[in-house]
Design a binder for this molecule. Structure first.
Ligand code: CTP
Length: 463
């Protein structure tokens, strides 16, 4: 009974205020916001965002850990209670759950939370001028100047995505075909470099998006010039090359990362986590398929040495297999449909592992259903196309009515996630390359090497 009376008393006399934020690199703007929020009532609840939620909503490169950010909010002495904000839509639920009278945030959010007015008062407090976490992040670490090698489609996508990651700036482009470099530089208002030495002198890190076979020499020369490297997939086409450049990068204390965008996107990480959690039992079968029809005159369908479906899309379809089953397969068989020039337009790679089997299917001249299927002893996970930009997947069980659904955001072209991880590794805030380890990249290079040896008849091609 006493509790009921207390609740009634609290409901009437205590004004409960709630506010939310990331509170990264805690600054004066945060302090002033919390002080004024506390003054609005008697009891202040502060919601602090998780890293995962921030990534999902596109806030990349948060530097402080959740614990540090909570500690900093606590130190102000204004918060009576601190909660974790981990999902969109949570504010609406919290307001009801915590019987909130006033919701408040800074004026940068004006209008965005008016939908909560049906439930409580909404107050936008004036934001403190000339200070933000974004500003401090940019100051705390030197801006990484990135140079691009190559001017193809993917390089076009890189620039707008890089703009969304604080702490990097795209400085310029290098392409031995000066004309292409100039056109690209004009389009994106960056510098074009004819001389590779001038290019390296102007940058801290390089993004390699040139034809596959040029990756290896460019990576080596970038590392020799003390530049960190983010390289498009397939990074290299031979395992020994991968091992050599990773060991060289390590020796030089430089970051070398293979850019397979799927590996860095939040939805795919969630899918792997669920797959490994045991809810589908032991994983026994993986089927991954990705097809993309290309024009007859395209590089993919005309490059006798390095064109074809497997070099183009193989990295995507072998990624979930390597991530979940590992690098130690017992057998690997390729079956391909080649065009008249001997370029594979459709390839199926079949893996045999000690406790499982897998197929990786890709096509540039045959269309199929793009799907990722992971089968276990208790159930299976299915993600439909475009699963390589994972936004949604389902978990199914023997009981056909029991379906669990998971969704995530995949923003824009998704390169922002790999750029953000690349930057975190350069800045030392993330030392771990667990999303795609060196060993996994090297194993994937080994698979490419085996495929090319089996599929291409180099002797008939000349040098
Ligand atoms: N805030 C403020 N004045 C500032 C910066 C932030 O009043 N100069 C407020 C925000 O409006 C928000 C709260 O502090 O209500 C937490 O903001 P947060 O997004 O964590 O901080 P920012 O500095 O805005 O972070 P970022 O630059 O990453 O967006």
């Amino acid at each position: 009974m006493l509790i009921a009376i207390k609740q009634t008393w609290e409901d009437i006399y205590v004004t409960r205020v709630i506010t939310y934020g990331t509170f990264d690199l805690f600054h004066e703007g945060h302090y002033r916001l919390l002080r004024r929020a506390k003054q609005l009532g008697d009891y202040l609840i502060v919601g602090v965002t998780t890293e995962e939620y921030d990534r999902k909503r596109g806030k990349l490169n948060v530097i402080d850990s959740l614990i540090t950010r909570i500690e900093n909010v606590k130190k102000t002495g204004f918060a009576d209670e601190i909660i974790i904000e981990e999902a969109a839509g949570q504010k609406f639920r919290d307001i009801q759950k915590y019987k909130i009278d006033i919701f408040t945030v800074g004026s940068d959010w004006v209008g965005q939370f008016d939908y909560l007015r049906d439930y409580c008062k909404v107050i936008y407090l004036e934001r403190t001028k000339n200070i933000s976490s974004t500003m401090l992040r940019a100051q705390s670490k030197r801006i990484q100047r990135i140079g691009i090698i190559g001017t193809g489609r993917i390089a076009d996508r890189f620039i707008p995505e890089a703009k969304l990651v604080s702490g990097v700036s795209t400085q310029g482009v290098y392409n031995p075909h000066a004309e292409s470099a100039l056109r690209f530089a004009e389009k994106w208002e960056i510098n074009a470099y004819k001389n590779v030495e001038d290019f390296y002198a102007a940058i801290d890190a390089v993004y390699i998006a040139s034809p596959h076979e040029t990756h290896y020499p460019y990576i080596k020369s970038a590392l020799e010039h003390e530049k960190h490297v983010l390289c498009e997939k397939p990074m290299v086409l031979e395992k020994s090359q991968a091992e050599e450049i990773f060991s060289y990068a390590k020796q030089k204390k430089l970051v070398l990362l293979e850019a397979i965008k799927t590996a860095y996107c939040p939805g795919f990480a969630n899918l792997l986590g669920i797959a490994c959690s045991g809810i589908i039992g032991s994983i026994r079968n993986i089927e991954a398929c990705f097809t993309k029809l290309e024009n007859p005159g395209s590089r993919e369908l005309t490059d006798l040495r390095y064109g074809g479906s497997f070099t183009e899309l193989g990295s995507y379809v072998i990624l979930p297999i390597i991530k979940l089953f590992g690098k130690d397969y017992e057998q690997l068989l390729f079956h391909s449909i080649n065009n008249k020039d001997g370029i594979d337009i459709f390839t199926k790679a079949s893996f045999q592992y000690p406790n499982g089997i897998a197929t990786a299917t890709c096509g540039v001249g045959v269309k199929s259903e793009g799907r990722l299927l992971i089968s276990g002893t208790k159930g299976y996970i299915v993600a439909e196309a475009p699963w390589w930009k994972t936004t949604y997947f389902e978990v199914h069980y023997e009981d056909a009515e029991k379906i669990e659904k998971f969704s995530d955001r995949f923003l824009g072209d998704g390169l922002r996630y790999e750029i953000s991880d690349f930057l975190s590794m350069i800045n030392g805030s993330s030392k771990n390359d667990f999303k795609l380890t060196r060993g996994e990249s090297a194993a994937m290079a080994g698979i490419m090497e085996t495929f090319l040896k089996e599929n291409r008849n180099y002797e008939n091609m000349g040098s």
